[in-house]
Each structure stands twice: as C-alpha cells, then as structure tokens.
Design a protein around this ligand. Structure first.
Ligand SMILES: Cc1ncc(COP(=O)(O)O)c(C=O)c1O
Length: 295
C-alpha cells in the first residue's frame, strides 16, 4: 500500500544518526553523541513534585481544554510580559500545545496547502521542513550561515519564488548553526511580512539558552508582529523537559483564530496532568539558561 503525504519527506536525519550510532556502539566504538539535542540533566525537582501532586487529583484525569488550562496560558502571558515586555491576552493569544514541534506541525495545516510555498532556512531543524511538506506545500530553502546576510537571502528568495510564499519559518537562536539575531532583524522581517502579505512562524525553542549577556529577542516584541506572526516557545530545553511529551509547557503565541480551531479539532485530549508543572516552573524563568538551570 502506498501511504499518503510521507512520500515527499526527506529522510529523518536523527533516525539515521541513531542507527549509525547504534551500529558503531555495537562494534565497540566509544561514541560521543552530537546528534539529538537531548538535555542530559533531569527536570527540576519542583517540576517533578508538581507532576506527582497533579497526577493524584482525579479531576486531572479527564479531558482538558484543548487550548490549555487557564493558569498555564496566564503563566505564559506573564512570562512574555516579564521577559520581553510583550502583552499577550491569555484568552485569545496563547495556546498550549504538546511541544513546539507538534504546535508547528499543526499550525502549518492552517497556513498552507498544495500549491503554496514556505521559505525555510537551511540547514534547519527537521520539523521546519516537514511541517509544510506534510501540509502539502512546497519548501524553498534559504541558506543560513554565520557569515552571510540572511535577510538579504530571504528577501531575494521571496522575490524569485512563484507563487509568492505564504509563510516564512525562522528560528533564532538557530539550531544547528547557532546564528542569533537582534531585534532590528525582526523589525525588518515584520515590516517585510506586512508589505508582502506573508505569515511569519518563529520557533523560539532556544529562547532561554543564551550566554555572555546576550538575550534572544522575541519576534513579538516588534510593533505589529502579532498581526503577522506566530511564535512557539518551549521549556523542553531550558528546563530539561524534553521527555515531558505528554504534558506541558510549550506554547504557541497566536492572534489568529485558525490555529485555535485546529487545535480544538485535533488535540482535544492534551494531558492536563503535567501542565500544572509548567505553571509552577514558568514564574521562575527569568531569562538566560545559566540563571535558572535545574540544580
Ligand atoms: C529548533 C527546535 N525547535 C523545536 C524543538 C522541539 O521542541 P519541543 O520539545 O517543544 O517539541 C527542538 C528540539 O531539538 C529544536 O531544536
């Protein structure tokens, strides 16, 4: 049988790396794993305790609201206010998803369809390519490196694409290149998006992991960004909660109603139990990873 949609996907690089790693280890090679970006320290004890406490409440065993429990959405809005001076309405502008990855994949279904184009930096974290491809769109890759002007490349790719791309995916601090940007970059991007009627999807997975005084800006800090952009934020990296797949604490900041409709149709059963752990941990997120790394 021929399966639908997955035929166009490039090979999943982490699966290949894992296979080779496995083979090498079987052959007795001492492998240093630079593949999957898995945190190698446990989640903070307070988060684990909150999970245990929440799991003991029967009301948490029921279906939850698909856009997330109100306290977690409010904690996200508070976090954005504190860290970035961005005011978000927890009722209409924040959705909790089961990961930045899942959030991005679902979001793309509401933004593109066959015949549409998404611009994506290359190299990229795989879901930035897979999400538009799974939604049927074509991906144009835009080379990103530490030594070239990405904005110029992006706008050139936009100009030479037909039909005009509907979506631009970005993610800074960038995995795997480590390229970072300043707020000025985002201002130019938002201005470009308004002028060209394109939606920006910013994966802010490394929002809290920065060093030497650098504070990654949020795209939503730019005036007018909310009308054109969705930003995905996660605690997977900053709080070693990558394995809390059934939980928790990643979120989409969003002004558009379509992703909310999509999430409520497709994700009616987010596991509410660990979400209180996200509520617990968010107020302690102050900024850079080094300031709140789990002890
Ligand atoms: C750029 C980027 N986005 C998203 C993710 C995954 O985020 P989450 O655990 O919230 O799905 C990763 C994980 O490696 C990543 O590197």
């Amino acid at each position: 049988m021929e399966f639908r949609r997955i035929g166009n996907l490039p090979p999943y690089v982490f699966a290949e790396v894992n296979e080779r790693k496995h083979e090498a280890r079987k052959a007795g090679v001492d492998v240093i794993d630079l593949g999957f970006g898995n945190p190698d320290i446990p989640s903070p004890p307070g988060v684990v305790a909150k999970l245990v406490e929440a799991a003991q409440h029967g009301k948490n065993h029921r279906y939850s609201s698909s856009r997330g429990i109100p306290n977690l959405r409010k904690a996200v809005a508070d976090r954005y206010q504190r860290a970035f001076g961005v005011t978000l309405d927890p009722e209409t502008e924040v959705i909790n998803t089961i990961g930045a990855k899942e959030g991005l994949a679902h979001l793309m279904w509401t933004l593109v369809q066959p015949g549409d184009i998404a611009l994506v930096p290359e190299p990229s974290y795989p879901i930035h390519i897979y999400a538009p491809v799974l939604a049927g769109a074509e991906v144009r890759r835009v080379h990103l490196s530490t030594d070239s002007d990405f904005f110029d490349r992006l706008t050139a790719a936009f100009r030479t694409s037909w039909p005009k791309p509907r979506v631009i995916v970005t993610s800074f601090p960038h995995n795997p290149t480590t390229v970072t940007v300043d707020l000025e970059f985002f201002k130019r991007l938002v201005e470009f998006a308004h002028r060209n009627d394109v939606v920006l999807v910013h994966d802010f997975a490394y929002a809290d992991i920065a060093f030497d005084g650098y504070q990654p800006p949020s795209l939503l800090q730019v005036d007018g960004a909310k009308e054109r952009a969705v930003e995905l934020y996660t605690l997977s990296k900053s709080h070693s909660m990558a394995g809390w797949r059934t939980d928790t604490s990643r979120r989409v900041s969003c002004k558009y109603p379509a992703p909310r409709t999509w999430e409520s149709s497709c994700t009616p059963c987010l596991r509410v139990t660990p979400w209180p752990a996200g509520v617990w941990v968010l107020p302690s997120v102050t900024g850079r990873w080094s300031e709140h790394s789990p002890s």
